[in-house]
Design a protein around this ligand. Structure first.
Ligand code: S3P
Length: 432
């Protein structure tokens, strides 16, 4: 063992889950009364959602450590016809489109370089059934002008892309539509929207049948204002888990992490890889399962991850690829085409960064194979391009920490979109 390599030890708590933070503001804005949100993720993406809601008259204040969302009741947004700049945040763009699709608004949607490349036709197609549209028609990427409908049209649809953002956009549109709308979801994607709607008393039913789920929403039903406590983000925790797993003599405990089964694919995969991870203190908070994770250095074994698993760990693949480089044997990741339309083409970004380091990685349009290596090529200056993608930047930063070699990571500042305290958290754990 190289004595110069650092170890990582300690107990940490992480900022609030990004998906639940967005939803606490958006869904909270539709409640009757004031929703107090604690442990909200204070990141650029969540601030994009906050700013977007403020344009529609939603008051959101911070007092102490908590945020207070002044709900305007279902259908109560104030009129706004202008621009919504969603920054780097696909969740802001897609969920806001859903929320405003049932109002007669004309909104120009814009975003940064990365967001302006991401597919939006998938959400517009779904919202067209409620009477919304976008101009110019059939333009897949922002900027475009989004046109809401005068009266939300009740509808029944089947989700065609395994995307919780699309499902949530549909739910938010149905929430303000008269009558019962239903959505069939033939895949399992994160269900925080359904859980939060239920928690706040929306008229929603979710029926599970074999491999599909039917969501029915009776719109225009009022929702209660209740306190929301946001659990630690499991997608951010994944970086800290890998840090401990692939470093020697390390042990990290992460308190209060979101353990919703639609998000714990990474734990199932790590278990198959023989990772030493213990789950403790499981409990339910605001309808979501939460617990502590105790993670120790492990001798990882390669694994195969199938397409069916993908939505349950969609954001964790970049850091999982780093873990696979340290595992014995060849890992196979199948059915991951969706990674090509995230904040960057994540298959390409990871391959471009890992190959020059001597990693054994190959890919097809929809799959990746990685064979673990004994050592990396670290003799010259290492430059990584994160391509405006926070998770690529964090993945390579974890690798650089474990190898004790500094990398120059272009676009590292994008880490602020989901985990502004990332480097501070690692510094707290690092022991030389
Ligand atoms: C999210 C859903 C996922 C995920 C994104 C957040 C959400 O996207 O990648 O970071 O909050 O609904 P898709 O649902 O489009 O896969």
């Amino acid at each position: 063992m190289d004595k110069k390599l650092p170890k990582f030890k300690g107990v940490i708590s992480l900022p609030g889950d990004k998906s639940i933070s967005h939803r606490s503001l958006i869904i909270g804005s539709q409640a009757t009364g004031i929703v107090k949100v604690s442990n909200l993720l204070e990141s650029a993406d969540v601030f994009s959602t906050m700013n977007a809601l403020r344009k529609f008259g939603v008051n959101i204040f911070k007092k102490g450590k908590d945020y207070y969302v002044y709900g305007l009741v279902v259908g109560g947004l104030k009129e706004y016809n202008g621009t919504l700049n969603c920054g780097n945040s696909g969740t802001t763009a897609r969920l806001m489109m859903g929320l405003i699709s049932t109002y007669p608004v004309k909104i120009k949607f814009t975003g940064d370089k990365s967001l302006s490349k991401r597919p939006m036709q998938r959400v517009i197609n779904l919202l067209r059934e409620f009477g919304a549209n976008a101009l110019p028609e059939n333009k897949n990427t922002m900027p475009f002008t989004f046109l809401g409908s005068y009266v939300g049209l009740q509808n029944d649809q089947k989700l065609k892309v395994p995307s919780a953002q699309l499902k949530s956009a549909w739910c938010l549109a149905a929430l303000n539509t008269k009558g019962i709308s239903t959505l069939e979801e033939p895949f399992e994607t994160r269900d925080h929207t359904e859980i939060m709607l239920k928690y706040l008393g929306a008229n929603i039913t979710v029926k599970k049948k074999k491999n599909k789920k039917i969501i029915s929403i009776f719109g225009k039903h009022p929702m209660d204002a209740k306190d929301i406590s946001v659990p630690g983000d499991i997608s951010s925790a994944a970086f800290m888990m890998v840090l401990a797993l692939i470093s020697k003599n390390s042990k990290v405990t992460i308190k209060n992490v979101l353990l919703n089964p639609t998000r714990t694919g990474i734990l199932d995969v790590f278990k198959k890889m023989r990772a030493k991870i213990k789950i403790k203190n499981k409990k339910i908070i605001c309808g979501e399962i939460v617990g502590d994770l105790e993670v120790q250095s492990s001798n990882l074994k390669a694994t195969t991850v199938t397409e069916k698993m993908a939505p349950r760990l969609i954001d964790e693949y970049p850091i999982l690829f780093i873990a696979a480089c340290f595992a014995k044997g060849t890992s196979n990741f199948k059915g991951i085409e969706e990674l090509r339309v995230k904040e960057s083409d994540r298959i390409k970004s990871m391959e471009d960064g890992l190959k020059p380091l001597g990693a054994k990685i190959t890919s097809t349009k929809s799959s990746v194979k990685i064979t673990g290596v004994q050592s990396f090529k670290l003799n010259k200056k290492i430059k990584i391009d994160a391509k405006g993608d926070h998770r690529i930047a964090m993945s390579f930063y974890v690798l650089s920490q474990v190898l004790n070699k500094s990398f120059k990571i272009k676009d590292f500042n994008y880490v602020k979109t989901s985990f502004p305290s990332f480097t501070k958290t690692i510094n707290k754990l690092r022991q030389n």
